[in-house]
Design a protein around this ligand. Structure first.
Ligand SMILES: NC(=O)c1ccc[n+]([C@@H]2O[C@H](COP(=O)([O-])OP(=O)(O)OC[C@H]3O[C@@H](n4cnc5c(N)ncnc54)[C@H](O)[C@@H]3O)[C@@H](O)[C@H]2O)c1
Length: 263
């Protein structure tokens, strides 16, 4: 039996086939979910329409998460097409390239606000609007975060601060929406070479460091993220909310990496 037969979901953040959102989309579609894919701009929408041909006619929406008018339009469009909604996968983040290199202390006010607005506040903005569509559906909301919001990772800078706010938003939203039987969780993904990640200086070194020292000695694969998202939006995770699940081959458990345990 397909895990998500008869379920509908909204996925924000597909840009191309390397997107974590796309990994999630293919995993949940494989299990029978009907999907709406939301993308930021006309240019990205062209890519998404091309990719979407691999799925069963998903609804394609345009939504820049910094624009209230776009966000306000979304629930009505979803209601008209789906009636109700079972899950949301939020895989959206942005920071200025210059804020993902160099010293954190040089972050500008505008750069700080932008990173928070797109990468953190957008989860709350979306959750508030979709909650009424999830009434009586045992809904699930999943976002994507990173270890750089819990500990210092070189060059992650302003995005680390945004992820810390996002992680805490997950907990407040889980407490808020729990009585309506809506769960809210985050996947903390190990580094994957995507469009957004390639803006972080030193990504190649970060990837090889993970591969060398993560307990499972491998990099995070797109399918790892897709399958974890599938678990979190399915009834298999019914008892889990307010959680940040690390899908990073165990890297986050390390206190110190790089020392030879035999040495
Ligand atoms: N790739 C990694 O190593 C990694 C690790 C941990 C967490 N994440 C998180 O995963 C999520 C998805 O990123 P990704 O790595 O798949 O990269 P990606 O570039 O494929 O996806 C980022 C998405 O955010 C969208 N976006 C940016 N600004 C937006 C706006 N104003 N309105 C609407 N959408 C907007 C982009 O259009 C894009 O689709 C992000 O939250 C990212 O921080 C990524």
């Amino acid at each position: 039996m397909m895990l998500l037969k008869g379920k509908t979901g909204l996925i924000l953040g597909v840009a191309n086939r390397r997107s974590l959102a796309w990994a999630a989309a293919t995993a949940v579609a494989r299990e029978g979910a009907r999907l709406a894919l939301s993308c930021r701009s006309e240019r990205i929408e062209e890519n998404v329409r091309e990719l979407a041909r691999q799925l069963d006619r998903p609804l394609i929406l345009r939504c820049d998460v910094t624009q209230d008018a776009d966000l306000d339009r979304m629930p009505e469009t979803l209601r008209r097409s789906f009636g109700t909604l079972d899950f949301v996968i939020h895989a959206v983040a942005f920071a200025q390239r210059e804020d993902l290199a160099g010293r954190f202390r040089d972050t500008t006010r505008a750069g700080y606000h932008l990173a928070q607005d797109v990468s953190s506040y957008s989860l709350t903005a979306v959750a508030r609007r979709v909650a009424p569509l999830m009434e009586g559906r045992d809904g699930s909301i999943v976002t994507l975060t990173y270890l750089g919001g819990q500990r210092v990772v070189p060059h992650y800078n302003v995005m680390g601060v945004a992820k810390a706010a996002l992680d805490m938003s997950v907990r407040y939203l889980a407490a808020d929406l729990g009585p309506e039987h809506i769960r809210v969780n985050a996947i903390s993904a190990g580094p994957v070479r995507t469009l957004a990640a390639s803006g972080i200086r030193g990504l190649s070194r970060l990837l090889s460091f993970h591969r060398a020292y993560a307990p499972l000695r491998r990099n995070t694969a797109l399918e790892d993220i897709g399958n974890a998202a599938l678990f979190l939006v399915s009834h298999l995770s019914r008892g889990i909310t307010g959680e940040v699940i690390h899908v990073d081959n165990g890297f986050h458990i390390l206190g110190l990496a790089g020392l030879d345990p035999e040495g």
